[in-house]
Design a protein around this ligand. Structure first.
Ligand code: PGA
Length: 256
């Protein structure tokens, strides 16, 4: 946690979820209607097919809805793509960009991720920009260099604490059940804080830095308590309302 930063608990559903899963969104939207939501923000990023109907379900809930990617252009001849404007048109308020699965599956570069984040800003969305090292890079002792390079390349100069969230997701921790040690996460997040503060000045002090990679109810309290960890980006455990709400609930004791 960071004093004066409102944490964000965000779920990334990836390519999971059909209309039947809307019950889970309904349950999450209901479950976050507590006083804790004044202190902790919540977000679910379902697949684009569910975006519009999901935002409609959250009309009277503090739960925000976002998308998992956007194209760098606002419209045009790009078959199959979704623009940031379209996400905003569906009342989405966030978009994840540069997730490692997209960096790998779609060969997305830092340069492209930066352009996507800029498109998100243009549309009035907050971009969640993902960075993180692979297992080999960690073994080679390159973790902090990778984070520095990805922040420099993927985060636009116009980033501020309103339009940008940075998510540190070690690639080897995603969907594997493995997590870095508390000390390793603390080191990475302190490094990121220092790096963005040097570049963005005071905005760097208030920009949210999420941790992602095998966050679950059993480790949420420990991970969210780490200095400079301002929330979580959750894959698998965000698909079930019960698990997502339990991770959100971990802040009850942390914020007391
Ligand atoms: P996981 O995914 O929680 O299933 O490890 C995290 C992510 O990819 O954002």
């Amino acid at each position: 946690m960071t004093p004066d930063i409102r944490p964000l608990v965000a779920g990334n559903w990836k390519m999971n979820g059909t209309r039947a899963s809307l019950d889970q969104i309904k349950a999450i939207a209901e479950g976050v209607k507590t006083d804790l939501s004044e202190k902790v923000e919540t977000l679910i990023c379902p697949p684009a097919t569910l975006l519009y109907v999901a935002t409609a379900l959250c009309d009277d809930s503090p739960l925000a809805i976002g998308a998992q990617d956007c194209h760098q252009a606002q419209s045009g001849a790009h078959t199959g793509e979704i623009s940031a404007d379209m996400i905003a048109d569906c009342f989405g308020t966030y978009v994840i960009v540069g997730h490692s699965e997209r960096r790998t599956d779609n060969a997305e570069t830092d340069h492209l991720v930066r352009a996507k984040a800029e498109a998100a800003y243009e549309a009035g969305l907050t971009a969640i920009i993902c960075i993180g090292e692979t297992a080999d890079e960690r073994k080679g002792g390159q973790t902090l260099d990778i984070l520095k390079r990805q922040i420099a390349g993927s985060v636009p100069d116009s980033a501020n604490s309103e339009n940008t969230v940075i998510a540190y997701e070690p690639v080897w921790a995603i969907g594997t059940g493995l997590t870095p040690t508390v000390a390793d996460i603390a080191e990475a997040h302190a490094f990121m804080r220092d790096d963005i503060t040097k570049r963005f000045g005071p905005a760097g002090h208030t920009m949210r830095l999420l941790y992602g990679g095998s966050v679950k109810p059993s480790n949420a309290a420990e991970l969210m308590a780490i200095a400079n960890v301002d929330g979580a980006l959750i894959g698998g455990a965000s698909l079930k309302a019960e698990d997502f709400l339990s991770i959100f609930g971990a802040y009850k004791t942390l914020l007391d």
